[in-house]
Design a protein around this ligand. Structure first.
Ligand SMILES: [Zn+2]
Length: 656
């Protein structure tokens, strides 16, 4: 029983037809219509970066259809392909074929009906429709449980029962049956006997794996050969260097012709599938780390829309160079945020046990005591100052409670050990490097010529590392009171002061610039925090603060649903109220910016998850849902350009 996806190599085709002769058996071959297959190639590629989705569907559907039809109770595949090259089991586990494996592994959660017009409509991808119907895809429809139970069909893999070694098996069938390997070398691997059933499997399909995950068949095949003793690790690495990154010219040309697609569309679509844990953008190039421990650039970044004639319109006052588009999951990986949420909830529970000892405070910006209630969230009360419209938590934990909270926080420990390390490459490339460049350009703009930079709340130390690389400051000090984070900074070779800012001193050598990213909103007493900053700065020195903007898009729209409204954030300033406070503390405000990148995406996500109801907001619905692809980025850019983002930057100079 064979599924035939129309792209056999001639050698594969020859081997296939000879099976009836050498084994003297019946051979059922299912060959879907070519037009249908071409459409499946295109939809699969555009939808999930997999032109060959149809092949896995065929291989794990048509045999079951045939077994049910002819009442064959036992199916046997060759090796368990996913397990042979990776997978979560050992061959010794005798894992059987199941419908769950078919859907979740082989088909990645998609099924045949997702490829019909109706299915694509449901997936929210109507632009991918190709006119496929259920009738075109009869071969892809898995039999019902009743049909399978009536025959008692079970599926196993030969590779679980004999010692499975691809090299040995190929040699055996060549000698015994005259089986033919590939006659022409592949562009992306040295192995000559794999995937003769589809000429694009070792080509485009494998290149897409490299685009998504940063490795390809060169890695797969050399790993197998190293494990079976055919190759040394050094030889394997040489194969990876030679093959993994190759864009298969011959194969690509054939496939683009087959599906009638331009190479520009191919490249742009590829780039939408880059895994940010692997890839980063540097100077317009895709860069990743390599197994031989130095990073390389692997070709230009392709932007959507470039193929449609010329370059995209630059947004007015567009982002500074080198600032890449940022997606929330890149810095808060979904798979880690569940555990983070659990730890955070446990932290908050402990803090709330002290709630009857929380203290009332005056407005942290203007000092007036005239609050009106805004909302409650997770047991904390948020109020808004009727005079200056600063929002703040009131009553709030005392300074001592907060020190204890941060020192014992499970959440912060988890950020330090898991989330920061997992997201560091993206944070470094997309947040800290642009941030460092922006700080240096701000300093230049305001005549600060190097000297000493103090970062207050250095955290994982990535910003200090990046700003050090720019060689603008002579001395960089990382102030970080939390022991675990301070230790991380030290391992990076930074000069660390493990102190709270109120206890810090620079002994007659004051800083020329202080930067503090997302700290002031955590402070029990922001006024005291700024006074300490002023003490540590030389006269004329620059202060750069960032914090949430209470009048920004994400916070104004989502209110208590905004993830910026967090029990650890006690103060929510906006541009005027923060200016007022900073001026009172002895500074002149020089600049206010809101270079945020995530506001509209954050609101969109809450709408898509059902937490935030857009039904009464037709205008937002139009931008965030209906016209997201063409308006999402420019809407965010507008918000950032007009001080409407929830991410606020303030630059001030110490008077005197
Ligand atoms: Zn106020």
């Amino acid at each position: 029983m064979t599924y035939h996806g129309n792209n056999y190599l001639p050698e594969g085709e020859w081997n296939l037809w000879r099976m009836r002769e050498v084994f003297d058996c019946d051979h059922v071959v299912v060959r879907p219509g070519v037009d249908t297959l071409i459409k499946m190639n295109r939809i699969g590629f555009r939808l999930q970066g997999d032109n060959n989705w149809h092949a896995h569907c065929g291989i794990f559907t048509t045999p079951i259809q045939v077994a049910v039809r002819y009442k064959v109770p036992l199916m046997m595949w060759g090796e368990h392909g996913f397990l042979d090259l990776g997978g979560m089991y050992s061959l010794n586990d005798y894992v059987e074929f199941t419908a769950k494996f078919r859907l979740e592994h082989a088909l990645r959660g998609y099924d045949w009906d997702d490829f019909t017009d109706e299915g694509l409509e449901k997936l929210g991808r109507p632009e991918l429709k190709e006119g496929l119907t259920a009738k075109d895809l009869l071969w892809a429809q898995y039999p019902s449980d009743e049909e399978i139970d009536a025959v008692g069909v079970r599926g196993v893999y030969l590779g679980n029962f004999v010692d499975w070694d691809g090299n040995y098996n190929a040699k055996l069938v060549m000698e015994k049956y005259g089986w033919r390997p590939a006659q022409q070398p592949f562009e992306r691997t040295y192995r000559m006997f794999s995937n003769l059933d589809d000429m694009h499997e070792n080509g485009i399909h494998d290149y897409l794996k490299f685009v998504k995950f940063g490795y390809g068949r060169g890695s797969d095949h050399s790993c197998k050969d190293i494990r079976s003793g055919k190759m040394t690790r050094e030889q394997g690495i040489a194969m990876v260097r030679k093959y993994d990154h190759v864009k298969p010219r011959r194969d690509l040309a054939r496939w683009l012709k087959y599906v009638n697609m331009s190479e520009a569309e191919f490249d742009e679509t590829c780039d939408t599938f880059r895994d940010p844990r692997v890839w980063r953008e540097e100077n317009g190039q895709w860069v990743k780390d390599n197994i031989w421990s130095e990073p390389s650039a692997y070709g230009p970044v392709h932007r959507r829309g470039q193929s449609k004639g010329g370059k995209p319109e630059p947004a007015p006052g567009g982002p500074p160079q080198g600032e890449a588009r940022l997606r929330e999951t890149e810095i808060r990986p979904d798979e880690l945020m569940g555990e983070q949420a659990r730890r955070y909830a446990s932290d908050v529970r402990r803090l709330l046990e002290l709630k009857d000892r929380f203290v009332r405070v005056l407005c942290p910006a203007c000092g007036v005591d005239s609050p009106r209630a805004a909302f409650e969230k997770m047991g904390f009360s948020y109020v808004v100052c009727t005079r200056c419209e600063t929002m703040y938590v009131n009553p709030r934990p005392t300074s001592e409670m907060l020190d204890f909270y941060y020192a014992t926080s499970e959440n912060y420990a988890y950020w330090n050990t898991h989330i920061f390390p997992a997201s560091e490459p993206v944070r470094r490339g997309k947040i800290f490097r642009p941030r460092a460049a922006r700080l240096v350009s701000i300093c230049r703009r305001h005549q600060v010529k190097g000297g000493t930079l103090l970062e207050v709340g250095a955290g994982f130390g990535t910003f200090c590392e990046e700003v050090a690389n720019l060689k603008f400051f002579d001395r960089i000090i990382a102030l970080e009171p939390m022991p675990a984070l301070a230790a991380t900074c030290r391992t990076k070779g930074l000069e660390v002061m493990e102190k709270r800012i109120e206890e810090a001193s620079l002994k007659g050598a004051p800083a020329n610039a202080i930067a503090s990213f997302e700290v002031i909103e955590h402070c029990f007493d922001p006024r005291q925090f700024l006074a300490s900053c002023a003490d540590l700065l030389a006269p004329g020195g620059l202060l750069l603060l960032t914090c949430p903007n209470a009048k920004g898009f994400d916070i104004e729209i989502l209110r208590s649903l905004s993830s910026a409204i967090d029990t650890q954030h006690l103060n929510y300033f906006h541009s005027s109220s923060l200016s007022l406070l900073v001026t009172d503390a002895g500074f002149d405000v020089l600049e206010i910016l809101t270079p945020g990148k995530l506001d509209v995406e954050l609101v969109r996500k809450k709408a898509l998850s059902g937490e935030f109801d857009l039904s009464g907001e037709p205008f937002l619905m139009e931008i965030l849902l209906n016209r997201w692809d063409d308006l999402g980025d420019s809407c965010q850019q507008f918000i950032a350009d007009h001080r409407l983002s929830s991410h606020l930057w303030l630059v001030a100079r110490k008077r005197g």
